[in-house]
Write a protein that binds this ligand. Structure first.
Ligand code: FAD
Ligand code: NAI
Length: 466
């Protein structure tokens, strides 16, 4: 009889966990995945990446029709209206299709889904739904959940003070949506409801939105969103919220201290970040401690300090992104199987799926300058033939290269399809490209991607179309 029930047991079936489980099974390891949700796919497929993009796509089309952008192209829709039920229905269909797809992949790859909450009882044993399961290797992929804000209590069922999950499920367009936190969730979900008719006010603690992104990109994004109708209260903190029958009264004051005032909202979205899920996991039973940010630390192989216990995704340090979790899932399975699984954390793209999209990979200009001299090339989307033809003039591409070696250190893009464009920058950086390598790569015409080539040309001062 085998010493353990499984070679690999993964806790959590988000993009990190389900990918790790499938890869482990593909490599011939007997694998199970414990997941307490009713459906597989984790935050990303159930209440994150996928449903938010379903609403972003639909609301963008609605705004193009309602705001007259389609009419300018000669596409007249004389009678149009918002059918929010149908829009929400297609969001649910997208989630159902994709989460069901993971179930199919588990069956195909012979991954056992253990339904229920898993908790360690020993380094090689967890209890799932009252049953002890043993495994030679256990991968913690429990993800993250919404960071609470003291004094502002989320209640998604009431739909007045909501988190991202509640904001995806609103049954009616609020007249005034106040978003606490000008980060990725606030701007994406704020965009959805603004496009559908809400007035949206963003209350941000810092003096600029989108912390962590390139400074120039943050400023430009701020300008573009303001033009779209977003209102900002920067350098402002929320100190309390009172939910009444019909709305919410928020108390705010300057972040630096000062006089308090109130803001009336129909709905308040709390989006001030996420924190790792480790509660109830029984980490104390295996002597695994958390770092100061509540995360599980690992080495480059994603092994924790406890032999046989590994961790990946939002629960470990690094950006909380689905593709980072997925790549770590593949790498950890390969390391468990005795292969060499590596993730290059210096080249992880990030995308904000607003309109225009905002994307970046590598260092910001500020961070690059701290390390040494840099050369920067910029090219505006206004001068890109495809963007101009498509009436998408906003944004630019910025390429940051080492002043001495010309190696590309970072690329930042604001453009309608920045999320698609950033892939080539990530690939170039993964291959150690110089800005000259990009500048001398033939790009198809007319494409938005030509702006990356021209920005790379601008690093040494010679774009053609500027
Ligand atoms: P998760 O996806 O959080 O999955 C963890 C799973 O573990 C959950 O299903 C949970 O139920 C389960 N679990 C936890 N504890 C236990 C336990 N003890 N036993 C059993 N099961 C357990 N990222 C992007 O890259 N692109 C995007 O466009 C994007 N959009 C987002 C939009 C929103 C609104 C949100 C909230 C997030 C978004 N993200 C996006 C972030 C992305 O969802 C996460 O980075 C990603 O899901 C992390 O994957 P994970 O596998 O680490 O964890
Ligand atoms: P975030 O970290 O992106 O932004 C939070 C914002 O809230 C920051 O600007 C911060 O300064 C501000 N803030 C913090 N405390 C505050 C307070 N008390 N009052 C006012 N403002 C305050 O976090 P967000 O938007 O909640 O998203 C969580 C994570 O989910 C993201 O960091 C990202 O990793 C992931 N995500 C990724 C998406 C994507 O890749 N497109 C989309 C949505 C989420």
């Amino acid at each position: 009889m085998a010493e353990f029930d499984y070679d690999v047991l993964v806790i959590g079936a988000g993009p990190g966990g389900y990918v790790a489980a499938i890869r482990a099974a593909q490599l011939g390891l007997k694998t199970a995945c414990a997941e307490s949700r009713e459906t597989l796919g984790g935050t990303c497929l159930n209440v994150g990446c996928i449903p938010s993009k379903a609403l972003l796509h639909a609301s963008e089309l609605y705004e193009e029709a309602a705001g007259g952008a389609l009419a300018k192209l000669g596409v007249r829709i004389d009678k149009m209206s918002l059918d929010l039920d149908t829009m929400q229905g297609q969001r649910k269909d997208a989630v159902k299709g994709l989460t069901g797809g993971i179930g199919f992949l588990f069956k195909k790859n012979k991954v056992d889904w253990l339904k229920g909450l898993a908790s360690f009882t020993g380094a090689n044993t967890v209890e799932v739904a009252g049953k002890a399961v043993t495994a030679k290797n256990i991968v913690i992929a429990t993800g993250s959940s919404v960071m609470p804000l003291p004094g502002v209590e989320v209640d998604n069922r009431k739909g007045l003070i909501v988190d991202s999950t509640g904001a995806l499920e609103l049954e009616k367009v609020p007249d005034h949506l106040v978003v606490i936190g000008g980060g990725v969730i606030g701007l994406e979900l704020g965009s959805v409801w603004r496009r559908l008719g809400a007035k949206v006010t963003v209350v941000e603690y810092l003096d600029q939105i989108l912390p962590g992104m390139d400074g120039e990109v943050r400023k430009e994004a701020n300008k573009i969103f303001k033009k779209q109708g977003f209102e900002y209260r920067l350098g402002t903190k929320v100190t309390g919220a009172q939910a009444g029958k019909k709305g919410v009264t928020l108390t705010v004051e300057p972040a630096a201290g000062g006089e308090a005032e109130t803001i009336e909202a129909d709905v308040v979205l709390v989006s001030i970040g996420r924190r790792p899920n480790t509660e109830g996991l029984g980490l104390d039973k295996i002597g695994l401690e958390l770092n100061g940010r509540g995360q599980i630390e690992t080495d480059h192989d994603f092994a924790t300090k406890v032999p046989g216990v590994w961790a990946i995704g939002d629960v470990i340090p690094g950006p909380m992104l689905a593709h980072k979790a997925e790549d770590e899932g593949i790498a950890v399975a390969e390391n468990i199987a005795g292969l060499t699984g590596i993730v290059n954390h210096d080249v992880i793209p990030s995308v904000v799926y607003t309109s225009p999209e905002i994307a970046g990979v590598g260092l910001t200009e500020e961070a690059a300058k701290e390390r040494g001299a840099v050369k920067v090339g910029k090219f505006p989307m206004l001068a890109n033939s495809r963007a101009k033809t498509n009436h998408e003039p906003d944004g630019f591409v910025k390429v940051i290269a080492d002043a001495e070696t010309d190696k590309v250190l970072g690329v930042w893009i604001i453009a309608s399809v920045a999320g698609t464009m950033i892939a080539q920058a990530a690939q170039a950086m993964e291959f150690g490209a110089s800005s000259e390598d990009i500048a001398y790569t033939c790009h198809a015409h007319p494409t938005h991607s030509e702006a990356i080539k021209e920005a790379a040309m601008a690093v040494t001062g010679k774009p053609i179309h500027m």
